[in-house]
Design a protein around this ligand. Structure first.
Ligand code: PLP
Length: 457
C-alpha cells in the first residue's frame, strides 16, 4: 500500500488534490475546472480553428450525394448525417420532482442516439475520418476531383481501389461500429480491435458486414495499442487514432455549427444574457472534446461545457485535475474502469484533447451506473426516447449544476445567477437507437428494479 503512484504516495496526492479521496472511493463528484478561462477572443489552439471546421463541413457536403445514395435513411436529409434537438419538458419535470430542485431555464436533448448509419455520436467523427481517407486516396489516384458528384464512389471501380487499403481501429464498440460500417461500404478492408467491454451485438453486426473483429480480454487502452501496432506493420493501412486524431476531432466539431442552425431556427438566443449549458458524456474525450471545441469557437464565453464520466472511469477528470493528461490512468489510482456505460469505459484520457481544451472545459461530473439506469427509465417513460446507459451521463451535469455546492459556486463565479432564467441546457444523448430490442428491455427492467429499491430506501 505504500508503493508510489507516479512518484508520490497516495497521501501526498490527496494533499495536493483533496477530491482524490472521493474519486478513489468511486463517489460522485462535481469538479469545477480551476484553469477555466473566459476572454472573448482567446485563441483555443494555434493548431486548429474556425476554417478547419468549415473545411470539415464542406468535405461532408461533398460526400452528401454519396451518403444519400448508399444509406437511404439519409435521403430525407439529403445525405447530411444530423440528429434532432428536442425539448424534454416532461423529463425536466420528473427530475425536478425527484430531486426537489427547480432547474431554471429550458432543457433539451441532442439526439445523437438517433444519428443515421451508426446510431451514436461516433457517426460524426468516425465517419468523417473515413470519408477524408477515401477522398485523399481517390484524389491522389486522379480518379476524383472535388468538383465531381461523389456518388460515383459507389462503384466497383472505387471499391476495387479502396480494397487495396486496410482501416484499423481500437474501440469499446461504437467507434468500431461507425468505422466498420462506413469503411465496408466504401470497399476498404477493416479490422476492429474490440475491448472486453464491447457488446456482442456490435461485434456480430460488424462481422455480418465483412469486418474483421479482434476481441481483447483487456480494456480500451490495450485494444487501441494492439491496433496501432498492427497498423505500423502495414504501409497500406490507416489507423484511426481515437486518442490523438485531429480529423476525428474536427468531424465532431462540425456538430456545433449545425447546432447553431437548429437553435437559430427555434429562435433560441445564445449570448451573454442567455447562457448555453451543454453536458457531454466523455470516454477518451474526442467526441465531447470536438463538440466543445466547435461550440467554444461559435459561442465563446456564452457556452459552458461540462463533461460527464462514470465514477469507475473518471479518466478525463483525472488528467485535467492533475495536469498529467494521458500520463495518468484511473488504474494508477486503483480505480477499476469497470462500468455498464461501455462507451465511457476508458481508463486513460486523450492527451491531445485534455491539453487542447484544458482552459475551455468548465468542469467534469462523475456518475454512478445506477443513476444512468434510473434516468434511462425516466426518459423512456416521460419522452418515449430510449438511450444506452452511457448516453444518459449528461443528465448528471445539469442535475449537479443545480444541486451541488460546486455547481452553485460555478454560477456565482461566472456571474450567471441572474441570467439562469434565460438559460438553455442541452444534454447530449450520445447513443442508443441501434441497441437490439431485447437488450433495451433488459436496460429498462434494470431501471425499474433500481427505482423500486430507491423508493424502499
Ligand atoms: C464514444 C462514446 C462517448 C464518448 O466519446 P469519446 O470520444 O470516447 O469521449 C459517449 N457516449 C457514447 C454512447 C459513446 O459511444
Amino acid at each position: 500500500m505504500l508503493s508510489k503512484i507516479l512518484g508520490k504516495n497516495a497521501d501526498e496526492w490527496k494533499q495536493d488534490y483533496p477530491l482524490l479521496e472521493q474519486l478513489m472511493a468511486t463517489q460522485e463528484v462535481f469538479w469545477v475546472n480551476p484553469l477555466y478561462e473566459s476572454g472573448c477572443n482567446r485563441v483555443i489552439t494555434p493548431l486548429l480553428g474556425d476554417k478547419d471546421i468549415d473545411d470539415a463541413e464542406q468535405r461532408l457536403a461533398r460526400f452528401a450525394p454519396y451518403i444519400a445514395k448508399v444509406f437511404p435513411e439519409t435521403k430525407g436529409s439529403n445525405g447530411v448525417i444530423e440528429s434532432p434537438l428536442i425539448e424534454i419538458s416532461s423529463m425536466k419535470q420528473q427530475i425536478e420532482n425527484l430531486y426537489h430542485q427547480e432547474m431554471s431555464g429550458r432543457l433539451y436533448l441532442k439526439c445523437d442516439s438517433h444519428l443515421p448509419i451508426s446510431g451514436s455520436i461516433k457517426a460524426r467523427g468516425g465517419i468523417y475520418e473515413i470519408l477524408k481517407v477515401a477522398e485523399d486516396i481517390a484524389i491522389k489516384q486522379k480518379m476524383l476531383t472535388q468538383c465531381d458528384d461523389y456518388s460515383i464512389l459507389d462503384s466497383e471501380q472505387f471499391r476495387n481501389l479502396f480494397s487495396q487499403y486496410t482501416i484499423i481501429v481500437g474501440s469499446t464498440g461504437n467507434l468500431g461500429l461507425s468505422i466498420g460500417i462506413m469503411s465496408a461500404a466504401l470497399g476498404f478492408n477493416v479490422i476492429v480491435h474490440m475491448s472486453a467491454d464491447a457488446k456482442q451485438w456490435k461485434k456480430d453486426m460488424l462481422r455480418a458486414k465483412g469486418v474483421t473483429v479482434i476481441e481483447h480480454q483487456s480494456d480500451y487502452g490495450k485494444a487501441v495499442d494492439a491496433g496501432r501496432q498492427q497498423a505500423q506493420q502495414d504501409p497500406n493501412s490507416h489507423f484511426v487514432d481515437d486518442e490523438n486524431s485531429q480529423d476525428l476531432f474536427l468531424g465532431y466539431a462540425v456538430a456545433a455549427k449545425r447546432l447553431k442552425k437548429q437553435l437559430d431556427e427555434l429562435q433560441i438566443l445564445v449570448d451573454e444574457d442567455h447562457p448555453l449549458f451543454v453536458y457531454l458524456p466523455c470516454g477518451v474525450g474526442g467526441g465531447p472534446g470536438g463538440v466543445t471545441f466547435g461550440l467554444k469557437t461559435v459561442y465563446k464565453d456564452s457556452v459552458h461545457c461540462f463533461f460527464a464520466e462514470p465514477t469507475h472511469s473518471p479518466a478525463m477528470l483525472m488528467g485535467l485535475m492533475t495536469g498529467l493528461h494521458n500520463k495518468v490512468s484511473v488504474q494508477d489510482f486503483t480505480i477499476d474502469n469497470v462500468t455498464d456505460a461501455d462507451g465511457l469505459a476508458v481508463g486513460r484520457p486523450s492527451g491531445f484533447v485534455g491539453k487542447t481544451l484544458e482552459k475551455d472545459i468548465s468542469g467534469v461530473v462523475t456518475v454512478q451506473d445506477k443513476q444512468l439506469y434510473r434516468w434511462l427509465g425516466m426518459l423512456a417513460d416521460s419522452e418515449k426516447i430510449c438511450l444506452e446507459p452511457s448516453a444518459l451521463a449528461g443528465f448528471a451535469g445539469v442535475i449537479k449544476l443545480f444541486t451541488e455546492s460546486g455547481g452553485k459556486k460555478y454560477l456565482e463565479q461566472s456571474h450567471l445567477l441572474s441570467q439562469m432564467k434565460n438559460a438553455t441546457h442541452i444534454v447530449w444523448a450520445t447513443g442508443g437507437s441501434m441497441v437490439p430490442k431485447e437488450m433495451m428491455d433488459c436496460f429498462y427492467h434494470k431501471s425499474e428494479e433500481i427505482s423500486r429499491k430507491g423508493k424502499n430506501g
